[in-house]
Design a protein around this ligand. Sequence first.
Ligand SMILES: O=C(O)CCC(=O)C(=O)O
Ligand SMILES: [Fe+2]
Length: 359
Amino acid sequence: MAETPNPEACASQRKTFYVCACFYRENIFLEDYRVHVRYLHEQQFRRDYEMVLKNRGCQSSDQFKSVLEKIEKEVQRRQLLTQESMERKAIIAKCYKPLHPEVYVLHDSFLAPEFLETVKSCTSPEADLEDLLRRIQSVSEKRIYRLPVFVSEYCNKLVEELENFERSEMPKGRPNTMNNYGVLLNELGFDETFVTPLRERFLQPLTSLLYPDCGGGCLDSHKAFVVKYSMQEDLDLSCHYDNAEVTLNVCLGKDFTDGSLYFSDMKQVPDNQRRYTEVKHVVTQGLLHRGQQTHGALPISSGERWNLIIWMRSAAVRNQICPMCDREPELVQTVGFGDGFTQEKAANSPKMVEVCAIT
Ligand SMILES: O=C(O)CCC(=O)C(=O)O
Ligand SMILES: [Fe+2]
């Protein structure tokens, strides 16, 4: 039987969400030099990055000019993003014919029996962290956890569905500012019937116990997408932190070699002091980690890797400090979940943010 999301559980979708204005000028990723930059105007950019870029091989004035052009293009892409995404979503809703319509509506049978058991145990009145930690695997002391999420039949069907979409003539967005290949799940219509109920009914009981200090108990929005790596497309992903309080990353397939994730420290630790932990992707299994834990993906050496990523957000936490610019957010109106900011300033959250920032 299909699960219809209950109206109360979807209350978060009625909130008005915002993005922080930093989205239009910060964390611009220059793929050729593997560096994130901030762009206010050319003078500031030259002052802050001319040397950095020179040291990374951007030597000639033509190369520098091409960097400026790329930044301009990316800023423009970001400014048009909401409008274009809404347009794509409308076209897809009207014209796309799914191959497997059933994969869009979350059903318990998609979920691994161990996962269902674990969630059930976390929703009992006696639930505690110790019990949860006996049920899932702690991958490192960095609070990264591995757990079975889906059954393999679901992973296969979902990948087939996304391949069908990829082959179609439908308009396609880019999953995030760094991954070039993959699918934005909200544009395909997965949010209301799949990702929101998964977050609210199944993930939040776990994150409440695992990450209470990072908003794990009050996650109220998300951005969900699938990333795809193949030998002709993206092979790897540079080190970064997510625009999320808590991230779930589930490997959906297909066959691939290498392409492990690596985790470093929280973003506050300087680059040269960071220590890395490698974590393998296992098809059907998920990794839960804090969004602000720096991480990246090593190159695959054959095959294709498809992973479902859910960046989960807590307005109560991010309304205090934007995790991308580390300043009080400057709210810009948008549609849907935006980047998860709201106008409320929760009375008890400054403390949570402090804890989160120094971990
Ligand atoms: O490739 C992966 O598994 C990681 C993707 C990721 O970290 C992200 O999209 O934020
Ligand atoms: Fe990430």
